[in-house]
Each structure stands twice: as C-alpha cells, then as structure tokens.
Design a protein around this ligand. Sequence first.
Ligand SMILES: [Zn+2]
Length: 297
Amino acid sequence: MSGIIDSHIHLYPPEATADPVRWAKKNKEVYWPSLVLPHAGRRSSQGWVDLDQLLLDMDAAGVEKAVLLGWYWENHETCCCQNRFYEECIRAHPDRLLAFAGVCPASGFKLSLTELEWARDHGFIGIGEMCPYVQGGAFDDESWQAVFRWAEENRFVVNLHVSEPVGRNYPAKVQTPLIDFQNLIEGFPHLKIILAHWGGGLAFYETNWAIRKIFKNVFYDTAASPLIYRRNVFKSGPSASGIEKILYGSDYPLILYPKTETKPGLSRFVEDIRHSGLSEEELSQLFRINAESLFGI
Ligand SMILES: [Zn+2]
C-alpha cells in the first residue's frame, strides 16, 4: 500500500503551543483551554507538538500526507491567526500537508467569506473542524448558511465536529444534536461533508433508509476512536455505511492511548486499525483511496 493519508490532524501556532493558557486568554478563547488543559486534577489527553515532530511521527507510522484541520475558535481573529500559520506549513511541505481553514461564522459571515476567499487562493481545500455549539449560533442561522453556500459553490469539503450523544461524559463534551446534522445535510445535498468521530454515531445510522438517501455526500472520519470506541467499530462502522465513506483520521496530537502512552504518536493507532479485521483492500480504501478521491489528490 502506498502512504497513508491522515484526514484529521491539529497543529497550533508555536505561540499557542508554548503557553496555551496565556495564548487563550490573549485571544479570548474560553472553551479551548477547558478541553486541552488538565481538568479537576485529571491529566489532559492533549499532547503538544511542533511541525517537525508531526513530520517525524508521520514518517514513523508510514503516513505520507496529513490534512491540517483548523479548530472551532470562538473568534474570527483566532481563526485567521491559525490559518496564516497553516499557510506557512503547507507552503513549506506541499507534498506532505494539506489544510482546511478555520472560520467562525458567528463573528460575522462577511469576515468569514473574505477569509475563505483568501484560503482558497492560498491552496486550502476545505473548512473545519467547525462546531456551532462552541463557536456560537446554529446551522440554520444566515451566517452559517452563507458559509455552507460558499463551500458548496467553491467545492470546499467541510469537516464538522460531532460528539456521541451517549456514553462517557468527559470534560468539555459538548452536545451536538444529531437531528441538526440531518437538517443541514438535507439543505445542502451537493456539499461534501465529513462528520468527525464517526459522526457521533451517525455512521451507524446509515442502515436507516432515510439517512442513507439524504447522506449521499457525507463521509465520516475515525478521529479519536480509541478514546471512545472499541476496536470493532472498524467492522461495525463500515458495515453500516460502506467502507468508501470512512476516512482514516487520528486527531493527533491527542494522546489516543492515555493509559499506556504519555506522548502523541501515530503508529499505534495505525497498527490497531491494521489488526481490526478489515481486508487489505478495505484498508487501502480507509487509509488512502477514499481521501484521494474526496480531496482530488
Ligand atoms: Zn472533533
């Protein structure tokens, strides 16, 4: 198999990595520190890396390309700051890195659209990861609708954060009602949407007739799987949705095996998936082919 494509990677500007608390305060980001910093005496699963470390970890795991996803920042300026950083990353390593732009429609959709024009002209290929339940507003607000319309017209892929509505209640778990995603997708039948984290379980609802019909252009990524699901999710997910709708994504530098690992890495998750019972052909689709065709690589 040729190199793997990881569709769900996060990097932060060096200033944010050096001092997340200070950076968040300066940028008036309230939610992000609650997610990435230790909470109520518990160690955070967040790891911190720079661009060089990402490339080393990609090499070690046989990951050829990574899609850098923005974060669901609460302020337009923070999105711009990360987008400028990502632009430097993809310019330095065009053969290894692709980027999605972050936008915050609730900060004013005209600002978001201007930023997206800039992103398109600088080689970005999508928008996300986005989450209105943190960023403010709702999918049916005019500001959010304008961003989705722009994405549809410009053939940008959109990545949306979705949490599972049941299960463990971890710090900063945000409720993302699944019906909201169905309504959004019905309104934008041609927009290519990736629902992160197995779509919070929506991937399993692809056995439902109506969802199957409406979700023609919907894909799912596997980000953070080991923290949420048993390994057999790699059988049950594809069996419900079809393997062609599943993209390998890690959520690096999240530490996916916090009981035994203290540093972020990509190798163990890749190995885990290889032993999940999928055939060689299914593995190539999950690890590479689906992403190649969705992103036009
Ligand atoms: Zn996410």
